[in-house]
Write a protein that binds this ligand. Structure first.
Ligand code: FAD
Length: 472
């Protein structure tokens, strides 16, 4: 586009899109306009995670580790103490797990502040669903089309569209309408649940934890069943301690990484440092290791080690673990490991047929309500997002071999199906899982957002110069 004004579209205004907009506002010294595009008003500046309507919705990461800036580690902690301590029943420390909605407030406030302070950049909030993108070669720009508004033309694209909804684990027509929630991250999943009804949650990750504790805090009286193939629960967090991971930079096969992990765990134990802090210290290396790993090693990891990785890496606050123990001890909560065979409807209940782990015979369970907590799908060929369907069909995006996301470059550049980079187009967050594995939490998102902003503001910056610039 030859207007002299740089036009940038950020598609998705959850945490990834909002932090990228803040970075661009802070860094751009030439005239620019950002279109921050969001299809759901309630998730603007918050996304699915930080607009939660659950009664119990703590961050799964300590407040001392949730800054949106790499170079200011206490930025969120200082904000939450200054702005929310009065609303908290307990003293907020760096180890506190505060409200996710508060983190959404922090994102919103920081965006507004950055917008006000920027002299060169304007931001237009576009509340509409982006459905397709075309390249206009005459003007050398992208044209974005929408479900409900006129087209927009831009020079740069940033895809910050977040997680896909969970894959539908039950056939919808076989379960009672309105009593099966296939996506737990939208609205209130308990709207139609009566206090004495029994509920089944499929999946035993952090989403299950928040839903079960929300039921307890809402004085739910019915039984709660939680189901997963292996029956493993997320492990609890430990207080923050500093530990520097000694990583063999050449490690690229699973065995080498496990050896390094073991050596570091032994070292940490000698210094009275918890394994949780060793796992956290490994994070800066995870994306590099994943990029170096062979396809066979990745397949082995996904098949044999993924479930152990998930429970050690995606941990729950100790308070959540205690709530679960209390409910289980009282006989209201039951965890079941096994595989669901089928579901039948009988009057107002759903009868779940399953084979418990280690069992040969089928068992049944009757419940009134089922919530799918199996976590985001990453099979983009099954996506319901029209934008991705269109871009995959025209070869502008390519799904990776392991169906974890799409193929992206070192700075999140979008790689087309012919292996060539899509010019001036970047991705942030869950879309980059295939290439980086560790890519969905704020710690990684803030680095990606800063790198993408730098790639737009200073396109000639080399990778090592960018690493110096971002302090990583
Ligand atoms: C319940 C939950 C709790 C979490 N807790 C933590 C935590 O404590 N700490 C942590 O570090 N991480 C946490 N995470 C990880 C979390 O995924 C990230 O921190 C972050 O929220 C991801 O942000 P995102 O913007 O990439 O995605 P999203 O939050 O999903 O936002 C993407 C946005 O894009 C919009 N969009 C998509 N397609 C289009 C389109 N075609 N047109 C217009 N708009 C579109 C969507 O409506 C959505 O609002 C949590 C995640 C979940 C789900």
């Amino acid at each position: 586009m030859s207007t002299g004004l740089l036009n940038i579209a950020i598609i998705g205004a959850g945490a990834s899109g909002t932090i990228t907009a803040i970075q661009l506002l802070n860094k751009l010294s030439t005239k620019a306009n950002i279109f921050l595009i969001e299809k759901k008003e309630q998730t603007l500046f918050r996304g699915a995670a930080y607009s939660s309507q659950l009664v119990y919705e703590p961050l799964n990461v300590q407040s001392g580790r949730m800054s949106i800036y790499n170079h200011l580690p206490d930025h969120f902690y200082d904000w939450v103490v200054a702005n929310r301590q009065a609303q908290s029943e307990t003293e907020i420390t760096r180890d506190s797990f505060v409200s996710r909605r508060w983190f959404g407030d922090y994102l919103t406030e920081n965006f507004e502040e950055a917008k006000q302070q920027s002299e060169n950049v304007t931001v237009e909030i576009v509340l509409a669903k982006c459905t397709d993108i075309a390249f206009n070669s005459a003007d050398e720009c992208y044209t974005l089309s929408f479900e409900s508004r006129d087209d927009i033309q831009v020079d740069y694209l940033v895809f910050a569209c977040g997680n896909e909804p969970p894959a539908d684990v039950l056939e919808k027509e076989k379960v009672l309408g309105g009593k099966y929630i296939s996506n737990p991250w939208t609205g209130n999943p308990f709207e139609k649940l009566k206090a004495n009804e029994d509920v089944l949650l499929i999946g035993m990750g952090l989403t299950m934890v928040d839903h079960v504790v929300s039921l307890q805090k809402s004085q739910h009286k019915g039984k709660i069943f939680c189901f997963s193939r292996n029956g493993y629960l997320p492990l609890p967090h430990a207080p923050i301690q500093q530990f520097v991971f000694d990583m063999n930079q050449e490690a690229k096969e699973v065995k080498q990484v496990l050896d390094a992990l073991w050596q570091n765990l032994t070292l940490a134990k000698g210094q009275d440092i918890s394994w949780q802090n060793v796992m956290d210290a490994l994070r800066p290396y995870t994306a590099g290791i994943w990029k170096r790993m062979s396809l066979d090693s990745k397949k082995y990891f996904l098949k044999r080690l993924r479930s152990y990785w998930e429970i050690h890496r995606h941990r729950m606050p100790v308070a959540s673990a205690n709530y679960l123990k209390e409910l289980e001890g009282a006989g209201q909560l039951k965890f079941i490991a096994g595989s669901i065979q089928s579901v039948d409807c009988k009057d107002d209940t759903m009868v779940v047929h399953y084979i418990a782990k280690g069992d040969k015979n089928e068992s049944t369970l009757a419940v009134h309500h089922i919530i799918n907590c199996t976590g985001p799908s990453s099979d983009y060929y099954k996506t319901s997002n029209t934008l991705f369907k269109n871009l995959l069909n025209k070869g502008w995006m390519k799904q990776d071999a392991l169906k974890l996301g799409i193929e992206t470059g070192v700075r999140g550049e979008i790689i087309k199906s012919n292996g060539v980079v899509l010019n001036h187009a970047f991705s942030i967050g869950p879309l980059r899982k295939a290439m980086e594995w560790e890519t969905t939490a704020i710690r990684e998102i803030r680095t990606q957002a800063e790198n993408v902003a730098l790639a737009i503001v200073l396109p000639s910056l080399k990778n090592y110069e960018m690493a110096v610039e971002t302090g990583l």
